[in-house]
Design a protein around this ligand. Structure first.
Ligand SMILES: Nc1ncnc2c1ncn2[C@@H]1O[C@H](COP(=O)(O)OP(=O)(O)OP(=O)(O)O)[C@@H](O)[C@H]1O
Length: 482
């Protein structure tokens, strides 16, 4: 009975209670270890004396230890324990000290990185294998894994524990041992190379994006600058284009130029005000121009012309230049060159706008319209009398002489080219004057303005020429009568 009691007590201490459910386990006070064949117990032939107790492969530690969540100290040193340490050891996060030294434990150590409160770990003199797991080396006070069969690199790069803690595992390598770790495999190099080239490509893409962004910004800035340089001078604000309704508030159709400008992609830039003192454009923004009611008043070779009722209903003229492949810088230069031309017969440009899609020139509206139309009599049905035409011609002559254009030369060229319709008074033609006679007279007049004094006819010669012209015409009229 004493033996039975001692054995049950031993088992109770080793694995308290938990093995009782195992079939044919025995190990209780109500049975006999030999007759009831307790697990692991062998007796002599007469079944009187317990001779051997073999409790192999029962994973006592494995089964029990994971339940001890608050376990702080685990001292199993010098017990000849064999087998693997349970993985559940890493779940016991309250553990402070572990001593499993001087046993015959084998296999890998469990991951101990979660046991953050561990102060000592002693596992020397076992047969443990594999790589050393990560410990919180900074906190550890005692650490010894010497005389095992660990392999690979010592993970402790703090150098807190010297060679003594690691010796006896020949394949183990690291800074603290004389056994330096071999260079990393080529595969790792290739891996690194791939990672670095990935970074390099990514960096390149980012760089290209930045450059593109910068260029784009510069382009916009150029627009902005074109707008702001002159406008700062004149106090015009730079502004972004905004949404514009398809019809103006006055009910007039929104101008074609504004429609296209907006549809072409919502660009932004200011109207550039030149030095001409047309008050209304000061402070006017490009979007104001787009919003203003406008009507088409003419088309030239280089584009269409719109009358725009700007702020307060003041009339401006916007010429929308079509298909001009010119850079902004060049356009800007030309506009400023035009701005420098000061001539009473040249209508100054008051402002301009330039973007990739759109080039606009803004003028003051001229009530009297086009001289060409006035001369052709097609303007408001108005017919210009001969005296007014002469006045205009003289004014133009003066203007042209300033510009070194020779009116006589021009008339000569007109007569030679037989475009006389250009120079004759329409009223004379309407009254039935002979065009042939007028050309004859014009030729006589041109002889009178010959550059060379000697070649100019005298007055008597002029009279003779006019008389013969008259007679010739009368003759031809007589011969043509039936
Ligand atoms: N400032 C203005 N005020 C009033 N009407 C204008 C003004 N500018 C132009 N117009 C009208 O628009 C018409 C066309 O003008 P535009 O300047 O396009 O003529 P253009 O010199 O023949 O053109 P292009 O140089 O493109 O051949 C003119 O004939 C005139 O009736």
């Amino acid at each position: 009975d004493d033996v039975i009691e001692a054995l049950v007590d031993f088992m109770q201490k080793l694995v308290p209670g938990t093995m009782q459910n195992k079939p044919n386990w025995g190990w209780n006070m109500s049975s006999d270890p030999c007759l009831s064949h307790w697990h692991g117990v062998t007796c002599d032939k007469s079944n009187q004396t317990v001779k051997n107790i073999v409790l192999e492969h029962l994973n006592f530690l494995q089964q029990e230890i994971s339940n001890c969540k608050r376990l702080k100290l685990l001292y199993l040193n010098q017990n000849h324990f064999s087998g693997n340490l349970p993985d559940s050891l890493s779940d016991l996060t309250s553990l402070v000290r572990i001593d499993i030294s001087n046993n015959e434990l084998s296999g890998n150590l469990p991951d101990m990185s979660r046991n953050t409160g561990l102060l000592s770990f002693l596992a020397q003199n076992n047969r443990l294998t594999g790589q050393l797991p990560n410990f919180n080396y900074q906190l550890l006070e005692d650490f010894d894994v010497s005389n095992n069969d660990f392999t690979g690199q010592i993970p402790d790069d703090t150098g807190r524990f010297g060679a003594k803690s690691f010796t006896g595992s020949p394949p183990l390598c690291g800074k603290v041992l004389s056994n330096a770790c071999p260079q990393k495999k080529k595969k790792k190099d290739l891996h690194d190379l791939l990672i670095y080239s990935g970074y390099a490509i990514l960096g390149l893409i980012v760089l290209v994006l930045i450059v593109l962004l910068f260029l784009n910004k510069k382009e916009n800035l150029e627009d902005y600058e074109i707008g702001s340089n002159a406008s700062t001078k004149k106090g015009v604000n730079s502004t972004k284009d905004s949404g514009i309704s398809s019809e103006s508030k006055t009910g007039q159709m929104r101008s074609e130029f504004s429609t296209t400008s907006v549809e072409n992609g919502g660009f932004s830039a200011s109207l550039v005000v030149l030095s001409s003192p047309v008050e209304v454009v000061n402070g006017m923004r490009f979007e104001d121009l787009l919003r203003a009611p406008a009507e088409l008043i003419g088309r030239g070779k280089h584009g269409s012309v719109y009358k725009v009722h700007a702020n307060g209903g003041i009339a401006l003229v916007v010429k929308r230049i079509k298909d001009w492949e010119i850079s902004r810088v060049e356009f800007k230069k030309r506009m400023h060159r035009i701005d420098q031309v000061r001539h009473p017969k040249v209508l100054p440009v008051v402002a301009y706008y330039c973007s990739k899609q759109e080039k606009l020139m803004v003028y003051d509206f001229q009530q009297n319209g086009s001289l060409f139309k006035l001369l052709q009599g097609s303007q408001n049905g108005q017919i210009l009398d001969w005296g007014s035409r002469l006045n205009i011609a003289f004014a133009d002559r003066e203007a042209c002489s300033e510009n070194e254009v020779d009116l006589a030369k021009w008339v000569n060229s007109v007569v030679k080219g037989e475009w006389t319709g250009e120079v004759f008074d329409k009223a004379l033609v309407v009254e039935g004057a002979s065009e042939e006679r007028m050309v004859g007279l014009l030729r006589i007049a041109l002889k009178c303005i010959n550059d060379s004094h000697d070649l100019r006819p005298g007055m008597d010669q002029v009279v003779t020429m006019i008389v013969s012209l008259k007679e010739e015409e009368e003759r031809s009229m007589a011969s043509s009568d039936p």
